[in-house]
Design a protein around this ligand. Structure first.
Ligand code: NAD
Length: 257
């Protein structure tokens, strides 16, 4: 059966790779992304990213700033109006920032990191979960949030991102607790270094010209490709309640071997 899947922040990178993978298997995929390059905090997906995805059969794009609760609710409601129901939502939206130790990082930088990484996930959960709860357990309704290796441990020079991703992991765990006994599964995915704009931004934060230096602790000593991480999303959406409350590592051993 065709599943209706919303990908928040899926305009580029791991989210766009997931959109292509799920659409190729027959899912109806709706990508919600800001597609806005006007904010200099972090380079978001742009119009060329939107057009590239809009051309993929089975994928549609909607311009939404997931930091805005009302916009997010309206976008998810419109998906349900047009497609009849929602089977899954995945929260990819994020932004990396840092470069200074915690004690030299101001409140505004922390607020913005939480806004891009945590509030976006919170808003998508608030908008999507009531729709997912209307689905029977046989449809395996699922909410997935992207955390990070930085949501499980500290990484030097990335304090605002580390704090925001730990909070995002908190959303997964709180949501999972509230969903026990319902039809809906909630889980997280914590990638390691993956070859996207985010990794290039992280490398720039550290003054590195080559992203492979950020993957020296990973299997193959290379960054993961977005399509490799997308396979873990596919697994999470197919797994059902067995992964409820889990944050699945997708990190090629980063920091663990
Ligand atoms: N790439 C890595 O090495 C890595 C490692 C760990 C975790 N992650 C996480 O994976 C997720 C996907 O990141 P990516 O690597 O594909 O990076 P990316 O920068 O390519 O993708 C982030 C996407 O989120 C969108 N976005 C950001 N703020 C938004 C907002 N307010 N509203 C709507 N869309 C918004 C951007 O436009 C972009 O399309 C992120 O949550 C990131 O923190 C990535």
């Amino acid at each position: 059966m065709t599943r209706v899947v919303v990908l928040g922040g899926g305009g580029r990178g791991i989210g766009a790779a997931t959109a292509r993978l799920l659409a190729a298997r027959g899912d109806r995929v709706i990508v919600l992304d800001a597609f806005d390059t006007s904010d200099d905090f972090y380079p978001l997906a742009d119009e060329s990213d939107r057009l590239a995805l809009q051309g993929v059969p089975g994928v549609e794009t909607v311009t939404v700033d997931l930091r805005e609760d009302d916009e997010t609710r309206a976008a998810v409601a419109s998906v349900v109006d047009r497609h009849g129901h929602l089977d899954a939502a995945v929260a990819f939206a994020g932004a990396v920032t840092g470069g200074r130790p915690l004690w030299e990082t101001d409140d505004e930088t922390l607020r913005r990191a939480i806004s891009f990484n945590t509030l976006t996930t919170w808003h998508l959960a608030r908008a999507a979960v009531p729709q997912l709860l209307t689905r029977p357990a046989t449809a395996q309704p699922t909410f997935v949030a992207f955390t990070s290796v930085a949501g499980e441990r500290g990484l030097y020079g990335l304090a605002p991102y580390v704090v925001a991703k730990h909070a995002t992991a908190g959303i997964v765990r709180a949501l999972a607790a509230d969903l026990v006994g319902t039809s809906v599964t909630a889980c997280g995915i914590a990638p390691g270094s993956t070859d996207t704009t985010m990794l290039r931004q992280t490398a720039a934060t550290y003054g590195l010209s080559d992203v492979t230096e950020l993957a020296q602790g990973q299997h193959g000593r290379r960054p993961l490709r977005p399509d490799e991480v997308a396979r873990v999303v596919e697994f999470a959406l197919d797994a059902g309640p067995v992964v409820h409350g889990s944050i699945l590592p997708a990190d090629a051993g980063f920091g663990r071997v």
